[in-house]
Design a binder for this molecule. Structure first.
Ligand SMILES: Cc1ncc(COP(=O)(O)O)c(C=O)c1O
Length: 387
């Protein structure tokens, strides 16, 4: 039989994260692999979603996003970061950040354009670059500090560079890029006339008083940045598929064309609920941040006691750990399989976050958006294992 699949898909792997979730279910393991909360969202958000459905908001809505939601996104961004996007011309609501990233890439990348990607990376970026027929160029955040090395960054830029993808707070390391690192990116974007695509899905989840700084707010970066954010993580509604792309009117127009002809609009009733969600008081986000800090502290201690090499994450809800001191014979996939089948905890192999062969083979990622009871289970199983 002829292979009917398109050649552009050659080399694309299925998601390692979702593979681990399937393995977790198969072996009854605690799922610390996939980045989703195992607790309920705020009740007011759930009520707003049910209310929107009952009130008849069940048909297509304005393609770019409900006006009230775009207005709420603009106001929230302005209040938090003192930067204004015009909701009429600069904000597009998408079906999650994943769609936003792919649309951003398809909007600006011509075949052969280079896109700088920071490793370790979120698994959605390379497929997006492949769809756009771009060429990835990698810069690495090295353990244990995972800081961006300015010399390495500068070496990646050239006249062929069209864009850089910047994710902060960072999945999987938990790094929150500081003003110096972001400044280095901005300087190079100006020098090489490149665009920044920022993935800021964890912007409301930074710890220990660290600020999240959107790259667009740095001098002159507003019109050369596509700022992508979403509600899934900060409001514990990953299944609602709500994201947004904020950028210049010209790039917004390109994003909107693609969005129109791929998904038409994000789910209408959930957009109504999102307006309510963005209206939740700051106290809710502060409390949530403290709860995440508590989870971060707990998983950090547990893994340190179990002998993993760890750094406390500065934001997001992941911890990248080094298992090389545990005396395990085998790579990250073998270790992950062992941990799932024998210890009863599923995590993600580190190499899933690298495109460069050989990297991440001594690392595994833990997602800690979990209830105390789930973390109790992790603690028991880890103690049982190391005793
Ligand atoms: C850095 C990052 N970007 C994007 C996504 C996907 O976002 P969404 O569910 O809104 O498509 C995730 C999900 O884990 C993520 O960690």
């Amino acid at each position: 039989m002829t292979d009917f699949t398109a050649s552009r898909l050659a080399g694309l792997e299925t998601s390692a994260i979702r593979t681990m979730t399937r393995l977790a279910i198969q072996h009854g393991a605690i799922n610390m692999a996939q980045g989703l909360p195992d607790f309920e969202p705020h009740p007011a958000i759930l009520a707003a979603a049910c209310e929107a459905i009952r009130a008849g908001h069940n048909q297509y809505s304005v393609t770019w996003g409900l006006p009230a939601l775009r207005e709420a996104i603009a106001q929230t961004f302005h209040r938090l970061y003192n930067y204004f996007y015009n909701p009429e011309t600069q904000i597009t609501v998408t079906c999650g950040v994943s769609e936003g990233i792919v649309l951003a890439l398809l909007s600006i990348i011509n075949p052969g354009d280079e896109v700088i990607v920071i490793e370790p990376l979120h698994e959605n970026y390379l497929p997006g670059i492949t769809f756009a027929q771009g060429k990835p160029v990698f810069v690495r955040l090295k353990p244990p500090s995972y800081r961006l090395d300015p010399a390495e960054l500068a070496a990646a830029f050239s006249d062929r560079t069209k864009a850089i993808i910047v994710n902060t707070p960072h999945n999987p390391t938990g790094r929150v890029l500081d003003r110096e690192e972001l400044g280095a990116i901005a300087t190079l974007c100006h020098k090489f006339d490149a665009v920044a695509i920022t993935d800021e899905i964890y912007d409301r989840l930074t710890f220990d008083g660290r600020p999240h700084i959107p790259l667009a707010t740095l001098d002159g970066m507003g019109d050369r940045t596509l700022t992508i954010g979403g509600l899934g993580k900060s409001l514990a509604v990953t299944g609602w598929r709500l994201g947004y792309v904020c950028t210049s009117p010209a790039m917004s127009e390109a994003v909107r064309k693609l969005h129109d002809f791929t998904t038409i609009c994000a789910p209408t009733p959930l957009q109504h609920a999102a307006v309510a969600a963005l209206g939740l008081p700051d106290a809710f986000f502060e409390q949530q941040r403290r709860e995440y800090e508590g989870r971060r502290d707990r998983i950090f201690r547990l893994l340190q006691q179990a002998g993993f090499g760890v750094q406390p994450p500065e934001g997001a809800y992941y911890l990248m750990s080094d298992f090389s001191q545990l005396g395990f014979e085998g790579d990250d996939w073998a270790f992950t399989k062992y941990l799932t089948e024998t210890v009863g905890i599923a995590v993600v192999p580190g190499s899933a976050f690298y495109a460069t062969p050989g990297l991440g083979q001594e690392e595994v990622r833990w997602a800690f958006a979990k209830r105390p009871e789930t973390l109790d289970g992790v603690e028991q199983r880890l103690r049982q294992w190391i005793k």
